[in-house]
Design a protein around this ligand. Structure first.
Ligand code: AMP
Length: 967
């Protein structure tokens, strides 16, 4: 320890001090010491050189043998000392200087002591005494005259350690010498009161033996311990080895060994700073002892700003906002604000509102189904540009850009923005179908909406993939189907399509890549095996081939049979007359493959492991960890991905099940279905790579943001999930485990359906419980017919969707709260349905109840749900009427069984505010009954959703109403 220096010399001011217990020289009268025998020591008075009388004891029986003369002091109180010192001044006659003395003459005497708690000792008894030393004359002495003789005055000091009783006696034994005991002084040493490193150390008696005494110091006023201050009191009364120190508190600095307040205009933020500093610009400290200088009006300091930094203010508005519209995308660029507010952390937020009809009120874009998307993001942009995609076609938008810096949230003033109005252009989606043979490919696509203009013809351009675009062929057709023949067998071609209308040609968008077969295919895939294209028509008509995924099943390897479909499922589709949508694809269950590995090869792209960079673990899946990371494929930009890996030691069955999810996911291509990027199967661990969803699973996300979204935003999420489910139901895929926990949310609040595991419903889902018929089912989310006799259909998915709606509107509340699974089954059978969550629009609860119709054919189809939600989003007025205009039905919110404020807050899941309530004086339940919004705000409950939840529960407490349940 560096501070533990041996600083004996450094402590001049810390010199030891001695406390005298006995001094024979200062006695005015008789010393009254006990002499035995009487003819031994005798007390006499002599004059010193200043003619002051001195009491001395003498003995000089040198002429007689066998002397044993004792002289004992009075009782000397120890006064807490454990080691005392005895200083004796005496003269001793040299036997040779005495004429005619016998050989028994001595030139020494003995010093003894005897410990005793009281002073009642009468007689000298030799056996009681402990010898300290034999004392002889010293070499070094001064000369003094005593009477007419020249005497040598000796000084000897001896110490006695380890004293424990209240006091002690000293005894001097003469055995035949000629001695005059001129003075006896008894004292002990102590380390005197000291101050060091802003710590005070009290007077301290030295230790009884040679050990040091450790002393803890206390900080001087307005100082605090940096490291506990300690010193050691040495046996000789000196302070040693200072350790630790005190420092002046914030607002104080060290001057003259004390902590003195910073003067006005100065501050000291940390006790570790030595001195007060001048207030930084735009701040002041009108009073002394400031630990920081508050900002002047209009200026602020962020939580993370160092106190030494100048106070800053919000930036001015960004400038020169320019928009460039490309169909349904808009690129926005602007220049930095003139005044950054004195900070370098300026970022930008982009706000978007859309104006549905002429003259109607504009709405925030957040609620628009599936979009818009902001690249790189909407908030906290560091560069002055953003690309906004997936806007609604032919719609007026207003974009406002605000500049913020680290203190914008602290500034109460209105945000300064720059705005621009834009109008998007039309965009339509078409479905492209393809069929391949040895030398031909048939392409088909859906006509764009006629309302967008009449299509005169289509142009199909294709070329051999490995010849790039040097040698291409252009074909024209008026029909929306075309067979391109004369192609080479086993060769990959690239096709592009564009439409021509009265307005001229559109531009080519994305492209589709197809490979002809090596040999004739006997049973090629259903003509319904298609790829989804998005065509966009800008201004007149521009055909955009946006997204193309190939779906090629080789007849040689596969021998698959199409997944068996439930004939009743046809009813799920909204096509007039029922039946599957022409051109839509059917999902193929991987189990229908003889070789499941072939399903993986057919539906999932193999990815080189070197293209993947794993960054961190984000979750745990059934088969192993889920990590986030990056994927860089040749000639594609790097993207964030989620990586699921198959843990070591798996069985072949587990490998198949694990990759089964990829085989399923790979068949889907929809913005509300989690996208498969590919798989790694050629090396270990086996991995599934999907797009990365920044906000994780929906249930956790909603709980984290309880009450923070507008109903339009919640509807936007629900619309996305319904759109994903519509797509799945059109593919004849029944999910069976639709629940908020199986929905993932990305950074733009887009919700995507996930969890397509093969064994999922049986094993993976913690919510799944065994039913009486065996097999595991997530009871709370599952339709009664699926629980009772395993009738899983898209209609049972619709039931689950209703539960997801309820989860979303209640911000992740557990359906049926803590009711047992058995009670849930019973209640549903008796007609009980979940009541509307707090603040739920009536129409939404009605839609939920519709999804929970007992008869599955009575339930809405996903396509109807999507269009209902889109209608609601477009006419927010219809959401105004709330389902629960009286009291909310969540039993926990009306739980009168709670008796303390803490219990009550826990029961409504607002336990995080316990301290807010107690520190604001709300100790009893009675006291909270009269609370209102402003009091909640004052105590720091600022989230509107949380305020509502608490106030609603207070209302319930007030009315002491029993919980209501809709039956
Ligand atoms: P799963 O095995 O699919 O249930 O995934 C386990 C957990 O990993 C989920 O609950 C998510 O928190 C996380 N996770 C899975 N896939 C993704 C993804 N694509 N993006 C972000 N997080 C994910």
């Amino acid at each position: 320890m560096s501070s533990a220096l041996w600083l004996r010399e450094a402590f001049c001011p810390l010199l030891s001090s001695a406390v005298t217990l006995l001094d024979s020289m200062s006695a005015l009268g008789d010393l009254g010491w006990e002499a035995y025998p009487a003819e031994g020591w005798e007390e006499i008075t002599v004059m010193d050189e200043k003619n002051t009388p001195m009491r001395t004891y003498q003995v000089c029986n040198v002429m007689e043998a066998s002397q044993n003369n004792w002289l004992r002091t009075g009782h000397i109180a120890r006064q807490g000392a454990r080691r005392v010192y005895v200083e004796m001044k005496f003269t001793l006659r040299d036997c040779n200087s005495l004429p005619g003395v016998p050989g028994t003459c001595k030139e020494t005497f003995n010093l003894y002591y005897h410990e005793s708690d009281n002073g009642g000792l009468r007689h000298v008894r030799e056996s009681q005494y402990t010898k300290i030393d034999t004392i002889a004359a010293d070499e070094s002495f001064t000369q003094t005259d005593v009477g007419d003789r020249v005497m040598k005055l000796n000084t000897e000091v001896r110490d006695i350690g380890g004293l424990t009783m209240r006091g002690f006696y000293l005894a001097f034994q003469d055995v035949g010498a000629c001695i005059a005991l001129v003075s006896v002084r008894v004292f002990f040493k102590r380390c005197p009161h000291a101050a060091h490193n802003l710590a005070l150390f009290p007077d301290t008696v030295t230790g009884g033996d040679s050990a040091l005494v450790e002393v803890r110091g206390s900080c001087v006023g307005d100082a605090q311990e940096l490291e506990p201050p300690r010193m050691f009191c040495g046996a000789d009364g000196g302070w040693l080895v200072p350790i630790g120190r005190c420092v002046c508190k914030p607002g104080f600095e060290e001057r003259e060994g004390r902590c003195q307040p910073c003067r006005s205009g100065f501050y000291k933020a940390s006790s570790l700073d030595a001195l007060c500093s001048k207030c930084p610009p735009h701040s002041h400290s009108p009073q002394e002892r400031a630990a920081e200088c508050p900002c002047l009006e209009g200026f602020h300091r962020a939580e993370t700003d160092p106190r030494s930094m100048a106070c800053t203010r919000p930036p001015s508005a960004p400038e020169s906002l320019v928009s460039t519209v490309n169909e349904t995308s808009v690129a926005l660029e602007w220049t930095a604000p003139q005044d950054s507010g004195g900070r370098s952390d300026v970022t930008y937020n982009v706000h978007c509102s859309w104006c549905p009809g002429s003259g109607g009120a504009c709405l925030p874009c957040g609620g628009i189904a599936g979009g818009p998307h902001f690249l790189p993001r909407q908030l906290e942009l560091t560069s002055p540009r953003v690309l906004v995609t997936d806007l609604l076609p032919r719609t007026n938008y207003t974009f406002s850009v605000e500049a913020l810096n680290g203190i914008s949230d602290l500034s109460p003033g209105p945000r300064r923005m720059v705005s621009v109005n834009v109008t998007t252009r039309q965009k339509v989606s078409v479905v492209l179908k393809e069929r391949r043979s040895r030398d031909s490919v048939t392409l088909a696509w859906q006509e764009p909406d006629r309302a967008l203009g009449t299509v005169l013809d289509y142009e199909v351009v294709y070329y051999e993939k490995n010849q790039r675009e040097q040698n291409y062929t252009v074909l024209k057709t008026r029909s929306n189907i075309m067979t391109v023949d004369g192609l080479k067998p086993g060769t990959a071609y690239v096709f592009r399509v564009r439409a021509r209308t009265d307005g001229g040609y559109g531009v080519y968008g994305g492209e589709i890549e197809l490979e002809t077969s090596h040999e004739d295919v006997l049973a090629i895939g259903d003509p319904g095996q298609t790829s989804v294209l998005a065509m966009s028509v800008a201004g007149g008509v521009v055909l955009f081939v946006l997204l193309v995924t190939c779906f090629i099943v080789s007849g040689r390897h596969c021998g698959y049979i199409k997944a068996k479909q439930d004939p009743e499922e046809d009813k799920m589709h909204c096509q007039p007359g029922g039946g599957q949508i022409p051109g839509s694809r059917t999902y193929i269950h991987p189990h229908t493959y003889e070789d499941p590995n072939q399903a993986v090869r057919d539906f999932a792209q193999e990815i080189e492991v070197s293209s993947i960079r794993i960054e961190r673990v984000i979750g745990a899946g059934e088969f192993g960890e889920v990590c986030s990371g990056r994927l860089r494929l040749p000639s594609r930009r790097e993207i964030c991905v989620a990586i699921k890996s198959l843990k070591a030691g798996y069985s072949e069955q587990q490998r198949r099940d694990f990759l089964g999810e990829a085989s399923i996911m790979g068949q889907f291509d929809h913005p509300n279905i989690i996208r498969l990027e590919g798989v790694v199967t050629k090396c270990k661990p086996v991995m599934i790579i999907t797009e990365f969803m920044e906000n994780g699973s929906l249930d956790t996300f909603l709980k984290k943001h309880d009450g923070q979204f507008t109903i339009i935003q919640l509807l936007g999420m629900l619309r996305g999930i319904a759109a994903g489910m519509k797509y799945l139901s059109e593919m004849n895929y029944v999910h069976r485990d639709l629940a908020a926990r199986n929905i993932l949310v990305n950074g733009n609040l887009v919700c995507k359906v996930s969890d397509f595991g093969l064994s999922r419903v049986l094993e993976d889902d913690p919510e799944a419980a065994y039913t009486t018929r065996g097999g595991k089912i997530p009871i709370r989310w599952t339709a009664p017919e699926a629980i009772a006799y395993r009738k899983f259909t898209s209609a049972s998915d619709v039931w689950s969707y209703g539960i997801v709606m309820w989860e979303v509107v209640s911000y992740g509340e557990r359906p049926y709260w803590e009711m047992s699974n058995q009670d849930v089954i019973k209640a549903i059978d008796e007609g009980y349905r979940l009541p509307a969550p707090m603040d739920c629009p009536l129409v939404l609860h009605q839609l939920m109840l519709h999804c929970w119709e007992k008869g599955r054919s009575e339930r809405p189809k996903f396509c109807q749900i999507v269009s209902t939600l889109e209608q609601l989003i477009r006419s927010p007025g219809s959401l105004k009427q709330l389902a629960n205009s009286t009291i909310w039905q969540d039993p926990s919110l009306t739980d009168l069984g709670t008796s303390t404020v803490d219990e009550w807050l826990d029961s409504i899941k607002m336990g995080q505010y316990k301290e807010h309530f107690s520190s604001s004086g709300y100790i009893t339940l009675d006291s909270v009954l009269s609370m209102d919004t402003s009091e909640l705000g004052n105590m720091g409950v600022t989230l509107a959703g949380h305020q509502k939840k608490i106030l609603t529960s207070i209302q319930s407490l007030q009315s002491e109403q029993e919980p209501q349940v809709h039956v």
